[in-house]
Every structure is written in structure tokens, then in C-alpha cells.
Design a protein around this ligand. Structure first.
Ligand code: IMP
Length: 182
């Protein structure tokens, strides 16, 4: 994995390495295993960004579980959130009475998780928790906590391990951070 990549003449540096991610994913899975022992949670991956994280996470989890996906769109093709969340793909599973674990790649403004929370609570799950690989510090718009956080990061633009820049670079194996301009 290169330490630096250049996209549209903008340099990005490795911020969280493959190895750091791998270790943290194992820790989160162990915590989830303990918390959900004897239960059968449904992991709900939020597309597109969480597809790699949820794939790695559920393969480390050993409790019986089900997996489903929802797709939202809030980001356009750039680095700035449009501020509006829309449902693009609904869940296929029955949420009512089930233990639900929503899996996000990153919580930035919190608009997406807030929307998801309201949407899922309306279906009366037995419980609802959130897992996010990344959490940007100082998120202003939510009044509940993210239960399992991989890494807290400053509010900077990051890519890789599922996170895109103009829909590209999701396949980078590490998380890269845009280098601050000099
Ligand atoms: P929020 O609704 O502002 O919390 O943003 C949620 C979604 O925006 C995430 O699931 C990502 O898909 C996208 N996003 C937020 N911050 C970044 C970033 O730094 N890089 C790439 N995508 C991001």
C-alpha cells in the first residue's frame, strides 16, 4: 500500500493502516460477541460506504447473525454533504422485535444516522445500536451516542476502506486523509 496517493492533484496520506483497522475490527467484534451472546442480531450495512467494513466485521463476529442492507444518499459526488438524506434502497428484513445493529463507515454531520434511527425505531425493534468505523469529532446533530466506534478522527476528509471521493477509491485498503494545504 503506498503511503501517499495523489487524486486530482491533491495528496492523501495513510491515516489508519490496514493493520490498525484489522486489529480494531477484531476488538469491536469481540465486544459485540460479548454484548449479543445468546441473541441473533441483524447487522444492517449502510450502502455504499460500509460494504468493506461490514464484510470484515461480520467475519470476525461469532454470534449467530443475519445481514441486510439499506442504501441512503446524502453525499453528491464531491466532498461536501448535500445536507439531505434520501432512502435509495429499503430493508428486506422484518425489524420488529429484533436486535438491530446498524453498521456505518463514518459519522460526519450525523444526519444519516439520525434518519436511520428514526426510520428503524418506527418499526419497533427489540433494540437498536450503531457501529461506525469512524466518527468525526464534534458532530453537532445527534442526541444519542454511537455505541461502537472504531476510531475518532478530526473533522477532515478521508477516503478508502469503503469511503469514496467522487465514487472512486473505495477499494483502497487503508484509510487516507487529505493532506492539509501548506
Ligand atoms: P453524515 O450524514 O454527514 O454523518 O454522513 C454520512 C455519510 O457521508 C457517510 O456514510 C459517508 O458515506 C459520507 N461521508 C462523510 N464524511 C466523509 C468523508 O470524510 N469521506 C468520504 N465520505 C464521507
Amino acid at each position: 500500500m503506498p503511503d501517499t496517493i495523489v487524486v486530482n492533484n491533491e495528496p492523501f496520506d495513510v491515516y489508519i493502516s490496514q493493520e490498525q483497522i484489522r486489529r480494531r475490527v477484531k476488538e469491536l467484534a469481540a465486544q459485540i460477541d460479548r454484548d449479543y451472546a445468546g441473541k441473533v442480531p441483524i447487522f444492517i450495512g449502510i450502502l455504499n460506504g460500509s460494504f468493506i467494513f461490514i464484510g470484515d466485521l461480520v467475519r470476525e463476529v461469532t454470534v449467530d447473525c443475519e445481514i441486510d442492507f439499506m442504501k441512503l444518499s446524502s453525499y453528491g459526488d464531491a466532498k461536501i454533504s448535500s445536507g439531505q438524506v434520501q432512502m435509495v434502497k429499503e430493508l428486506n428484513c422484518q425489524v420488529s422485535g429484533r436486535e438491530i445493529l446498524v453498521v456505518e463507515d463514518i459519522v460526519d454531520t450525523g444526519l444519516s444516522v439520525d434518519y436511520i434511527r428514526r426510520h428503524i425505531l418506527a418499526e419497533k425493534p427489540a433494540s437498536l445500536r450503531f457501529v461506525s468505523l469512524l466518527l468525526k469529532k464534534g458532530i453537532p446533530k445527534i442526541d444519542f451516542s454511537i455505541d461502537y466506534v472504531g476510531f475518532e478522527i478530526p473533522p477532515e476528509f478521508v477516503i478508502g476502506y469503503g469511503l469514496d471521493y467522487g465514487q472512486k477509491l473505495r477499494n483502497l485498503k487503508a484509510v487516507y486523509r487529505q493532506r492539509p494545504s501548506a
